[in-house]
Design a binder for this molecule. Structure first.
Ligand code: GLP
Length: 262
């Protein structure tokens, strides 16, 4: 796991985008991205959009698979992740909407939709890079604490903390769905590279659990310790609970040229 501690959100976005762009260039085919909703990856998406505008990156043929979707919202709801991904990823990065997928949380048969999503990811050749945020309780995607570390895309119940955290997008807590479809931890682990992004003191405990805690279903993101190619890009506040933060800083500052991705 490589941990990069950045001054601020702007730098988090640039460093994360540099790593994503490197993986896309190295993919040897139109890249397949895993994309997250939430505030954490927005500066990364903005930095990717700048790279595309500058002609440094071409995602015109890329595909994308969103991590998750609420179950229980009407199709077209502004806060459905289908719409959030359209606004924050598809349009700013100029992706072909036909190649951007979200789990179908509106389907009558959500179990069949989950299985179909796994087939679609496999059919695209798997994800080259999965962009992740992390919930304050350590969730990635909507894999809440106690999720199977081997799980695949499936329906999950949202935990109370997550519903309260996401209530800011709805008129009241009652309107926040109780269920979702989410890529499983096993699905996420199959991505060839992972870039996890977190900012702010509210994420410090989760980041410590993901990077330095025991691998445990109680902190679902900690499963990433078993992945070979993870880059964790965080700001100072999110890094504040890390025991080895000086080591991570030294390591990044003294990377050899061939290891650099900027
Ligand atoms: C949400 C999403 C996650 C996201 C996380 C953190 O509920 N399902 O994919 O990474 O919570 O969100 P934020 O980045 O807004 O803090």
């Amino acid at each position: 796991m490589e941990v990069v501690i950045c001054r601020d959100d702007q730098e988090v976005g640039s460093v994360a985008a540099a790593r994503v762009a490197q993986v896309c260039r190295d993919a040897g085919r139109p890249a397949v991205l895993g994309v997250a909703t939430g505030a954490s990856p927005l500066s990364c998406y903005a930095a990717l959009a700048r790279r595309i505008a500058a002609g440094e990156l071409d995602l015109s043929e890329a595909s994308a698979f969103a991590l998750d979707e609420y179950v229980g919202l009407p199709r077209g709801h502004e806060e459905s992740y289908e719409q959030v991904i359209r606004r924050t990823v598809t349009e700013p990065l100029g992706l072909d909407p036909a190649r951007v997928h979200t789990p179908d949380g509106f389907a009558d048969d959500v179990e069949a939709a989950a299985a179909g999503y796994e087939r679609a990811i496999a059919g695209a050749g798997g994800m080259d890079v999965q962009i992740l945020g992390v919930g304050a309780n350590g969730h990635v995607g909507f894999n809440e604490p106690s999720s199977s570390l081997a799980s695949r895309t499936r329906i999950k119940s949202l935990d109370d903390r997550t519903r309260r955290d996401n209530a800011r997008f709805f008129a009241s807590l009652d309107e926040v769905p109780r269920h979702c479809l989410t890529q499983g931890l096993g699905t996420i682990m199959d991505a060839r590279a992972v870039v996890l992004i977190a900012q702010g003191a509210a994420k410090a405990d989760a980041v410590r659990g993901v990077v330095e805690g025991p691998v445990t279903a109680m902190c679902p993101g900690s499963v990433l310790q078993l992945h070979r190619t993870v880059t964790v890009v965080i700001d100072e506040a999110a890094a504040s609970g890390l025991a080895l933060r000086e080591y991570y800083r030294e390591t990044y500052a003294h990377k050899t040229a061939w290891q650099a991705f900027e």
